[in-house]
Write a protein that binds this ligand. Structure first.
Ligand SMILES: NC(=O)c1ccc[n+]([C@@H]2O[C@H](COP(=O)([O-])OP(=O)(O)OC[C@H]3O[C@@H](n4cnc5c(N)ncnc54)[C@H](OP(=O)(O)O)[C@@H]3O)[C@@H](O)[C@H]2O)c1
Length: 280
């Protein structure tokens, strides 16, 4: 009995779907996000606030999720400057029930969700032998389990409308290791493969799930590490074909692409935005 009901729902929403996926629309218009709704976790941080602004400039209203209200208010200001609406949700992504409540808040304010930028994250600069097991688990709890809770909370709205773009914020360390980053490496590889699994589970519902694999972008996450470990970051620059670390703006083109109808036949992938670092 369940399969026909699902098929019927899909047929009903096909007209809306055609509009949103950009069928019959070519060129640059397939990158537009007019009238869409995006959720950005870690929305008060460096990449989150830049991402929220970029998605708003492309036409989306934005729900910003994180714990620090002052930073969320700054990011909401960046969104509202574009003429789009911003909703602040103070919540911890590692709280499963909190994410369900966040999804209810977003539904009440905006009605649905089209784009999820699963970006909240933390790091830990320690070795396997040095890191406190509780710290190791906390990184996994936020970076992987947090993303899982967020997807579980927001994917049903996408399934309901037969359309969605989920972009997980991975790293160059989604695909390779580095000393003194054990928990972070484990979490970002896990996040990318969680995305690949979701790509299979949600593909039939018009939802794509991809990961951004960014190189080092100097933000609050790593500013102190970049200052105190200059040799490490100089080595990264040295083996990067484009010869520098990244800036938040460097990630925005790839984010907008994966968030837009234009990327509709790409799913389960990690797109490295790293100046070529992972090419070697
Ligand atoms: N910067 C880089 O070099 C780089 C490279 C590759 C990938 N990334 C990834 O990009 C993402 C954003 O990092 P960023 O560089 O923009 O760092 P950031 O400025 O420190 O931002 C991190 C964001 O995550 C939020 N966050 C942390 N724990 C949270 C929790 N438990 N619940 C809800 N929100 C939480 C923070 O807000 P609150 O503290 O207010 O909750 C903050 O908004 C992270 O996933 C990071 O791993 C960064």
């Amino acid at each position: 009995m369940r399969a026909p009901a699902r098929a019927h729902r899909r047929a009903d929403r096909s007209a809306v779907l055609r509009r949103r996926v950009g069928r019959g629309v070519s060129g640059v218009q397939r990158f537009a996000l007019d009238g869409q709704v995006a959720v950005v976790t870690g929305g008060g941080g460096g990449l989150g606030s830049a991402g929220a602004r970029a998605l708003a400039e492309a036409g989306a209203d934005i729900a910003l999720i994180a714990r620090n209200r002052a930073k969320l208010e700054d990011a909401a200001g960046l969104v509202e400057e574009t003429g789009r609406r911003a909703l602040i949700v103070e919540a911890d992504v590692s709280d499963a029930a909190g994410m369900v409540a966040a999804a209810e808040q977003v539904a009440a304010a905006f009605g649905r969700v089209d784009i999820l930028f699963n970006n909240a994250g933390i790091t830990n600069p320690q070795t396997v032998l040095d890191v406190d097991p509780r710290e190791f688990l906390r990184v996994l709890e936020v970076n992987v389990a947090g993303a899982f809770h967020v997807i579980r909370a927001f994917a049903p709205s996408m399934i309901e409308h037969g359309y969605g773009r989920i972009i997980n914020m991975g790293s160059i360390l989604s695909g390779r290791g580095m000393a003194n980053r054990a928990a972070y490496c484990a979490s970002k590889a896990g996040l990318a493969n969680l995305g690949a699994a979701c790509a299979f589970e949600f593909g039939g519902d018009g939802i794509t799930v991809n990961t951004l694999g960014a190189t080092v972008i100097v933000t609050d996450l790593n500013r102190e590490l970049v200052r105190t470990q200059p040799e490490l970051y100089a080595r990264i620059v040295q083996r990067t074909p484009l010869g520098r670390l990244g800036e938040t703006e460097d990630v925005m083109g790839a984010l907008l692409f994966l968030a837009s109808p234009a990327s509709g036949f790409i799913t389960g992938q990690t797109l490295f935005v790293d100046g070529g670092y992972t090419a070697g």
